[in-house]
Design a protein around this ligand. Structure first.
Ligand code: F6P
Length: 555
């Protein structure tokens, strides 16, 4: 694949010229074009996506699409779907899309068809999940499982935790899932509190099975389990570990060393990146919680948007258009962040999940050939569910000095249809969704503020400039399929941006240095004077403060 410097293309030049004199006026654009909304509303599977409140004119739209074509977005997308080794620094294919393809498909990578392998593991995951759900899988004392605890971090935590929260109404009644990720001992301590070891099952999820946080937490969980079982006079040896621990990993030997039966280890492949892995065996806890049918629906949802991305012309290709729009905001409108605001309480972990997906993927300063990036890359993604965000940070989006494009996400049908007297609460909730995107787009003029009788001195403070860009995404309901569709949508938005910037969206070398130093510094923190002396002033002082203030634990 050729690396094309987007900044040297005529489409980029056009966008730069447009940006120089760009005066957004959404009110006038809607006024002069009665078809604007229809023209800029698209469908990707069940996602109804309204781009009309973005700061784009037909001229910008055309130049963005031209940019996508010039950087060979379509050919690069096809290369990813075909299993070419586009993750060049790790010499790996990028095939999370293969994880959700139907059994009848074929896809040859390095000479072998990966689809049968994907479905073989999926079959193992489903068998295991069904056994836990129907009580055939029992703990060491013969009791069925009531709590499943996922231990993983990054992609081995965020995806499963986010989807579990999003689909709680689909979780098998009586089954509870917990997620331990942080190496802060508080996490293990609080998440194992009051659990019954006899009915608890741990899933250790780590692609590499070397991650410090996950392995430390797994050992703490194993100690906790064996100690508690012993206290209760229950068997607390290797059989207990086998009955209460399973793993998801690509490193079978390391799993066996931990004491987990490799027959209860669900594998995946080096062509699945951590942050793209929720549709692999990493989602085992979801298969247990939601059941086979719902998990299959989730995968079908992902596949539906994959298919849309793979086959729809750029002019109507939702992830491509949203990715190109993000490029417009970052590179030409100088936006540095992007808000994602779900009007669905169940999506309360969606922004956290997206932060890894987008920022670990596109937070890169060098291009595919190792040369420095030629433009800004990787905006900060953040957000909270509406309406909570409205009462916290929306002020800055409405009246602050920074441009913050925002994606608003809502579903027509709530999981819980509650009435407040005669008022349908979901309708009231969504009135806020509609109102906020309207207020951000059209604002409130000085004349309107004055006409309300506002004292002159505070008129400026009460004016809303408008022209704050938003995308509205709606779906019929937050089903397993729709959650899958949302994930695939953002995966491909991320891919599109990475292609324009000419970076590798699939490696993550930037997380390595901190990991290495932490291991080194652990020596100093544990009392090695030499390592402490070798630190820089500030680090030395901070460690010294820690050592001086730490009260040794009684154990
Ligand atoms: O933070 C870096 C990272 O490698 C992520 O990309 C990954 O999701 C996470 O660590 C966990 O890695 P593993 O699944 O190998 O434990």
């Amino acid at each position: 694949m050729t690396l094309i410097d987007a900044t040297q293309t005529s489409a980029w030049e056009k966008l730069s010229q447009i940006a120089k004199t760009f005066q957004p006026d959404l009110a006038a654009w809607f006024e002069s074009d009665p078809n604007r909304c229809e023209r800029l509303t698209f469908q990707a599977a069940e996602l109804h996506v309204d781009l009309s409140k973005n700061l784009i004119t037909p001229e910008v739209e055309a130049a963005l699409i031209e940019l996508g074509k010039t950087v060979e977005l379509e050919a690069k997308r096809d290369a990813m779907f075909a299993g070419e080794k586009i993750n060049t620094t790790e010499n790996r294919a990028v095939l999370h899309t293969a994880l959700r393809r139907p059994n009848k498909d074929t896809l040859r990578v390095d000479g072998s068809d990966v689809i049968p392998a994907v479905h073989e593991v999926l079959g193992q995951v489903y068998d295991f999940a069904e056994k836990v759900r129907d009580g055939r899988w029992v703990g060491v004392t013969g009791k069925p499982i009531e709590t499943v605890v996922n231990i993983g971090i990054g992609g081995s935590d965020l995806g499963p935790a986010m989807v579990y929260e999003a689909l709680k109404p689909y979780v098998k009644p009586g089954l509870e899932c917990r997620f331990i990720s942080n190496i802060d001992p508080t996490d293990v301590a609080q998440k194992t509190a009051y659990l019954n070891p006899e009915t608890t099952l741990f899933i250790i999820v780590s692609k590499t099975f070397t991650t410090l946080e996950t392995l430390t937490n797994a050992r703490l969980a194993r100690d906790w389990l064996l100690r508690k079982l012993k206290e209760q006079g229950a068997p607390s040896g290797t059989d207990a570990i086998k009955a209460h621990f399973v793993a998801v990993s690509t490193a079978l030997e390391k799993v066996a060393d931990f004491g987990i039966d490799t027959a209860n280890t669900f594998g995946f492949w080096d062509w699945v990146g951590g942050r793209y892995s929720v549709s692999s065996a990493v989602g085992t806890i979801l298969a247990v919680a939601l059941g086979k049918e719902n998990f299959a629906d989730f995968l079908n949802g992902l596949n539906a948007v994959d298919t849309h991305f793979a086959t729809t012309p750029l002019e109507r290709n939702v992830p491509a258009l949203m990715g190109l729009l993000n490029v417009w905001y970052v590179n030409f409108m100088k936006a540095t962040s992007h808000a994602v605001l779900p009007y669905a309480q169940s999506l309360h972990r969606f922004a956290a999940y997206l932060q890894q997906l987008t920022m670990e993927s596109n937070g890169k300063g060098v291009r595919l050939d190792g040369s420095p990036a030629t433009s800004a890359t990787g905006e900060v993604f953040w957000g909270e569910p509406g309406t909570n965000g409205q009462h916290a940070f929306y002020q800055l989006i409405h009246q602050g000095t920074q441009l913050i494009p925002a994606d608003f996400i809502a579903v027509a049908n709530p999981a819980y249809a509650l009435q407040d007297g005669t008022t349908d609460v979901h309708s009231l909730f969504l009135s806020n969704f509609f109102a906020q995107t309207k207020a951000l787009a059209f604002g409130k003029s000085e004349a309107q503020v004055r006409a309300e009788g506002t004292p002159e001195a505070i008129v400026p403070a009460r004016v809303f400039a408008g022209n704050k860009p938003t995308t509205s995404i709606m779906a019929p309901a937050l089903t397993p399929s729709v959650v899958g569709q949302l994930i695939a949508l953002y995966e491909h938005i991320t891919f599109t941006q990475g292609v324009v910037w000419g970076i590798n969206s699939f490696d993550q070398w930037g997380v390595e240095l901190g990991k290495e130093l932490a291991i080194q510094i652990a020596g100093a923190v544990c009392g090695d004077e030499q390592i402490l002396a070798a630190q820089d002033q500030s680090t030395k002082a901070l460690i010294s403060y820690y050592l001086a203030n730490r009260i040794p634990s009684v154990d």
